[in-house]
Design a protein around this ligand. Structure first.
Ligand code: SIN
Ligand code: NI
Length: 256
C-alpha cells in the first residue's frame, strides 16, 4: 500500500513484516535504538519521573506522564525519532501525525497488571484510517518486569467500549468471545520496540522485579483524523469542534 507521500528512510521494513503486522495487529522490531541511545533516554525518563510534574496519572498500574515532547528536550528527540515514525508509517500505510507520547513507568513490585484493553476507544477520533503505538523498551522488559501480551488478529473489532483499566477482566465482559483467542507475549530487550494497532487488545504484566520498568510510548494517528468532540487531556481546552482536523502545532505530522 505504498503511496507517494510516505516518507522513506534507511529503516525500510521487510514486506513480510508489514504483512504480519497487518494480519496480527502488532509487530516486534528488535534493536531500533542503540544501547547508548537507550541509556540517554532512560536517564531523561528517570529525571522526568523524579520531577513529577505535568500531565500525569499515578496509580498502582503505572505512572503515566504524557506530552513529554513538550517538557523535555531529550525525550522530544525520541518522540520525533524519524526511524520510529517511518516504521509506523510503513506499517499503517497512511501519512501520520503524533497523537501524544507518554512515559509508562512501573515501579519495582508495583503489584498491578495493566488490564486487557484496546487503546482507540479512549481517543476522541473520527475518520482515522489507522492509529498505532510504538512501545519503546528503555530497559530489558521481561515477562516478570511487565512486558506486553497481545491478542492477535482482532484489530478489526471496533465495537468494544472503553475498558476500565483497573477492572480485572472487563475486556472479557465487554467481548466474551475474546477469552478463547490465543495470546502472544513478547519480552523486549532494551532498545526493542513493539508496534500495535489502536484496536489490538493488549495487556502488560505487573513488575515483579527489583528494577523499574522504563518505557516510552509514541502514539501516531492518521494525519487526516478528525476530532469527535469527546474529552481527552491533550485536546481539552484547544477549542476544537467536532469534525475539525487536529492542528499541526499540537499534533505534529511525522516523520518531519
Ligand atoms: C503498559 O505498558 O503497561 C500498557 C501499555 C499500553 O496499554 O499500551
Ligand atoms: Ni494500551
Amino acid at each position: 500500500m505504498a503511496s507517494a507521500d510516505l516518507v522513506s528512510t534507511p529503516f525500510l521494513l521487510d514486506a513480510d513484516l508489514v504483512s504480519s503486522y497487518r494480519r496480527d495487529g502488532f509487530a516486534h522490531i528488535p534493536s531500533v535504538l542503540t544501547i547508548d541511545e537507550v541509556d540517554r533516554y532512560r536517564e531523561a525518563a528517570a529525571r522526568r519521573y523524579d520531577a513529577d510534574t505535568g500531565l500525569a496519572y499515578a496509580g498502582n498500574i503505572f505512572r503515566q506522564i504524557i506530552q513529554v515532547w513538550k517538557t523535555d528536550d531529550v525525550l522530544r528527540e525520541l518522540t520525533f525519532n524519524a526511524d520510529l515514525a517511518s516504521i509506523a508509517t510503513q506499517l499503517a500505510g497512511v501519512p501520520l501525525r503524533l497523537w501524544h507520547d507518554q512515559l509508562l513507568v512501573k515501579a519495582p513490585h508495583n503489584g498491578a497488571k495493566t488490564e486487557y484493553h484496546q487503546d482507540a476507544p479512549y481517543w476522541p477520533h473520527e475518520n482515522a484510517r489507522h492509529s498505532l503505538s510504538a512501545w519503546i523498551a528503555l530497559t530489558d522488559v521481561t515477562v516478570e518486569r511487565g512486558c506486553m501480551t497481545f491478542i492477535p488478529a482482532q484489530q478489526d473489532r471496533h465495537d468494544i467500549r472503553a475498558i476500565d483499566l483497573t477492572g480485572g477482566t472487563d475486556l472479557f465482559s465487554a467481548a466474551p468471545d475474546l477469552v478463547w483467542e490465543p495470546r502472544v507475549t513478547i519480552p523486549l530487550r532494551a532498545g526493542d520496540v513493539t508496534f500495535h494497532n489502536g484496536y489490538t487488545p493488549h495487556t502488560a504484566n505487573a513488575n515483579d522485579t527489583d528494577e523499574f520498568r522504563w518505557a516510552q510510548v509514541n502514539i501516531y494517528v492518521d494525519r487526516a483524523v478528525t476530532f469527535s468532540g469527546g474529552e481527552h487531556p491533550v485536546t481539552d481546552g484547544l477549542g476544537l469542534a467536532r469534525g475539525d482536523r487536529l492542528p499541526d502545532t499540537e499534533f505534529p505530522p511525522l516523520p518531519r
